[in-house]
Design a protein around this ligand. Structure first.
Ligand SMILES: C[S@@+](CC[C@H](N)C(=O)[O-])C[C@H]1O[C@@H](n2cnc3c(N)ncnc32)[C@H](O)[C@@H]1O
Length: 263
């Protein structure tokens, strides 16, 4: 296991101590205050918002799928929701502790979870998923590794499969703006702690839109849409919105919709 992956796994295993809050960090839900039904219902509403957006964007009905992947599944908020739209829904996460809780919270036979401690998706065969989704995960991964996972999405996608993921395209702002934002940021203490302990996962990462689009074009995937989303805004809380304008926030979140060429 590389030291980057080892640190990230340690960080997220630790976060799993208050897992639902680590996923959706509503200040009022800290210390186990998320109600499980409310938390998983946020997953269903995110998938429903996503599909309501994808249908007119692609001009076709979305699903049902044969096999869907939720990359960075946490405790299965979105994996379970995808289970209603696929014969099999598969969640994968770096954290053993998150995956353990995802299994404990799961009551669906067609939903399965794996932990994975490498920066590739070699545990999955090529061309085996017809829907791949990732939300509020790639932003926590160092771009060197996240670009590798993106490459893997294209490899494991079936021809004609959809690859939809959220990833910020920008994290910077002026020094003054950044300081102001940091003061307001509810994760500040957490971040400082992580910095002191040299753990990863404490700051959000970005990959430029140009780099993402070029990468997928080189992997035989066509871009259908790239939009702004509210996913990095402090009040996100699982209530996905596809925005028509760039949000007034330094972590600029993008959602990409690619389709692997049918061949
Ligand atoms: C903020 S949570 C989001 C969980 C889930 N996507 C959701 O929205 O409910 C981020 C998740 O990404 C996972 N993660 C971080 N780095 C990862 C990696 N390299 N591979 C897979 N999962 C990773 C973490 O363990 C954590 O469960």
């Amino acid at each position: 296991m590389s030291s980057y992956i080892e640190n990230a796994r340690e960080f997220w295993d630790d976060q799993a101590g208050d897992a639902a809050w680590a996923v959706l960090s509503d200040p009022e839900k800290r210390d186990g205050k998320w109600d499980a039904e409310e938390f998983y219902s946020a997953g269903r509403s995110e998938i429903s918002t996503l599909f309501d957006f994808l249908e007119p964007t692609l001009g076709s009905r979305i699903g049902p799928f044969e096999r869907a992947l939720d990359f960075g599944c946490g405790i299965g908020r979105l994996t379970q929701a995808l289970g209603s739209h696929a014969k099999q829904s598969v969640g994968v996460d770096i954290s053993v502790e998150m995956v353990k809780q995802a299994r404990e919270m799961n009551s669906h036979e067609n939903v399965v979870f794996h932990d994975n401690a490498v920066d590739d998706l070699g545990l999955f065969d090529s061309e085996t998923f017809d829907f791949i989704y990732s939300s509020i995960t790639l932003q926590h991964i160092n771009p060197e590794a996240s670009v590798n996972y993106l490459r893997e999405f294209a490899r494991i996608s079936k021809p004609g499969g959809l690859i939809v993921f959220q990833l910020p395209s920008q994290t910077h702002q002026s020094r003054f703006g950044r300081a102001k934002q940091l003061m307001k940021n509810r994760l500040l203490v957490n971040r400082l702690l992580c910095k002191l302990l040299k753990l990863d996962g404490h700051e959000l990462h970005a990959v430029s839109e140009k780099k993402v689009v070029r990468l997928f074009e080189s992997l035989d995937c066509a871009l259908h849409d790239v939009s702004y989303t509210n996913s990095t805004l402090p009040d996100f809380n699982g209530k996905l919105e596809i925005l028509s304008e760039k949000p007034d926030y330094h972590y600029v979140s993008r959602q990409y919709v690619f389709q692997k060429n049918p061949g």
